[in-house]
Design a protein around this ligand. Structure first.
Ligand SMILES: *[C@@H]1O[C@H](CO)[C@@H](O)[C@H](O)[C@H]1NC(C)=O
Ligand SMILES: *[C@@H]1O[C@H](CO)[C@@H](O)[C@H](O)[C@H]1NC(C)=O
Ligand SMILES: *[C@@H]1O[C@H](CO)[C@@H](O)[C@H](O)[C@H]1NC(C)=O
Ligand SMILES: *[C@@H]1O[C@H](CO)[C@@H](O)[C@H](O)[C@H]1NC(C)=O
Ligand SMILES: *[C@@H]1O[C@H](CO)[C@@H](O)[C@H](O)[C@H]1NC(C)=O
Length: 174
């Protein structure tokens, strides 16, 4: 009988733990092609984009061996890596966001984050006067599954209404 009670308690404890957990989003900035990889430890969001502006940047900063876009599926599956380092909790009211800078079809950098955004799920893209395109993809993760902001950058659908999307992302990030 006491053993059964213990089992019941353990089960209850487990259920509580599961309940307390939230879905997750990827959370880091891939800074794009970067020559001196050993210098990355000296980089920071503050140094790269500064404070008080609308350019999203999330620590940790990440570089990739051949300057290819990050393989987030491999990151999610990698058990030797401390992947929590690259994840954030998608708390109630938050969405996952993937924010990419694209120039002439080439992805310059990508910031993955948890943010409070007022826009519904989907990708929003805007071309700036310089020809630089910015794309913000908003989505909702499911508990226990790979974060939803893992999907590849679409590179195709220009959608109006980005200014509003970005504005709300920035408000949430600050
Ligand atoms: C690369 O970065 C390392 C660490 O910051 C530095 O010591 C080294 O001089 C750099 N190499 C070049 C070629 O800039
Ligand atoms: C990403 O690229 C854009 C365009 O080159 C640049 O303005 C921005 O500072 C970059 N973001 C980061 C985090 O380096
Ligand atoms: C990176 O580049 C090297 C040399 O060009 C190549 O052998 C390797 O397959 C590349 N790795 C990836 C992940 O693309
Ligand atoms: C996991 O990450 C470690 C550290 O970055 C790396 O050395 C290893 O190759 C990765 N394993 C897989 C299966 O990608
Ligand atoms: C948020 O979205 C709602 C409904 O679309 C809209 O009425 C409201 O003005 C938006 N708020 C902001 C700050 O954009």
């Amino acid at each position: 009988m006491p053993l059964q009670l213990l089992k019941l308690l353990l089960l209850l404890l487990l259920l509580r733990c599961l309940k307390a957990e939230s879905p997750q989003c990827f959370h880091f900035t891939w800074i794009g092609p970067y020559d001196n990889k050993s210098n990355i430890a000296k980089e920071s969001c503050d140094a790269r984009v500064g404070d008080f502006n609308e350019i999203p940047c999330e620590m940790p900063l990440v570089v990739t061996p051949n300057d290819t876009v990050p393989d987030v599926k491999a990151l999610w599956k990698n058990e030797t890596l401390n992947r929590e380092h690259y994840l954030c909790q998608m708390s109630p009211g938050y969405s996952c966001v993937k924010y990419s800078y694209i120039f002439k079809g080439g992805i310059q950098n990508i910031t993955y984050m948890c943010a409070k955004v007022n826009n519904s799920n989907g990708c929003y893209r805007e071309t700036q006067a310089t020809g630089m395109q910015v794309e913000a993809c908003v989505c909702t993760s499911k508990l226990g599954l790979i974060p939803c902001n893992s999907s590849p950058t679409a590179l195709s659908r220009p959608i109006l209404g980005l200014a509003m999307a970005l504005l709300s992302v920035f408000i949430a990030v600050k």
